[in-house]
Ligand binder design. Structure first.
Ligand code: CDP
Ligand code: CDP
Length: 213
């Protein structure tokens, strides 16, 4: 039997983790889990119930997250970006979500992207990738993903606003006591400022081949 292959993809906001993890999973025939959706769905459920994710305990909302919550189309909006990061700092929420992530890899393996996959969820993952780019590049990418008008006259101001928001979220994610955003010691870093998604995938596949031979 071949050994199960777990690939951890971590890094700051909008670095291209999801794009890479999804295409890696497809190329390797593995299931893919976007773990950020677990925290986003928790934050979403709290907001919908009228609770403030900055102050109220979120554990019961994390416990109630199901597969149908992860398919919601209202998880990638600024208020949920902030709510996800706030609930993700609560240790009880993180504890609640460990098992579902570990079980996802099952007997055959998986690709998971997030912040703590290589450090906490799968410290023994065979392949750990840490995806980065400058805050400006990441803000431009996220803005292009979300923009309704790519020729908006206030384009520069909108990108600057996205950059402030992702910088604030990265700072909070890095500073929290439980499972902070940081590269695992044995992670391979891929700096993507000057790489397109196809080039990042090619580099990741090269690393996977080296680590699994
Ligand atoms: O999952 P994460 O927030 O890290 O980023 P993403 O949603 O996968 O990627 C953000 C945007 O950057 C997407 O529109 C990608 O197409 C784009 N992008 C990328 O993922 N990788 C590159 N090397 C260049 C652009
Ligand atoms: O796509 P983007 O990088 O903007 O965010 P995401 O991966 O969907 O994660 C949203 C938030 O959830 C992050 O800012 C983190 O606070 C939290 N998160 C986490 O703490 N641990 C993970 N494994 C994944 C996400």
């Amino acid at each position: 039997m071949t050994q199960r292959l777990v690939i951890a993809v971590d890094g700051p906001a909008a670095a291209g983790k999801g794009t890479l993890a999804r295409s890696l999973a497809e190329a390797l025939g593995l299931p893919y889990l976007d773990t950020g959706l677990l925290y986003r769905a928790t934050g979403r459920r709290m907001i919908d119930a009228g609770h403030d994710p900055a102050t109220a305990p979120a554990e019961e909302f994390a416990a109630g997250v199901g597969m149908e919550d992860l398919r919601r189309t209202d998880l990638r909006v600024p208020e949920v970006d902030r709510a996800a990061s706030l609930v993700a700092a609560q240790p009880a929420v993180r504890r609640m979500l460990v098992d579902v992530q570990r079980r996802f890899a099952g007997a055959h393996g998986a690709v998971l992207d997030g912040r703590d996959i290589g450090t906490v969820i799968f410290p023994d993952a065979q392949v750990k990738l840490y995806i980065t780019a400058s805050a400006r590049t990441r803000a431009e990418r996220r803005w292009e993903q979300m923009a309704t008008d790519l020729n908006a006259p206030d384009r520069a101001a909108q990108i600057a606003q996205v950059e402030r928001e992702i910088a604030a979220r990265d700072a909070a994610d890095s500073a929290r006591a439980t499972a902070p955003l940081r590269p695992a010691e044995d992670a391979v870093h891929i700096e993507t400022d000057h790489l397109d998604a196809a080039a990042v995938l090619a580099e990741a596949l090269r690393i996977v081949a080296l680590r699994t031979r």
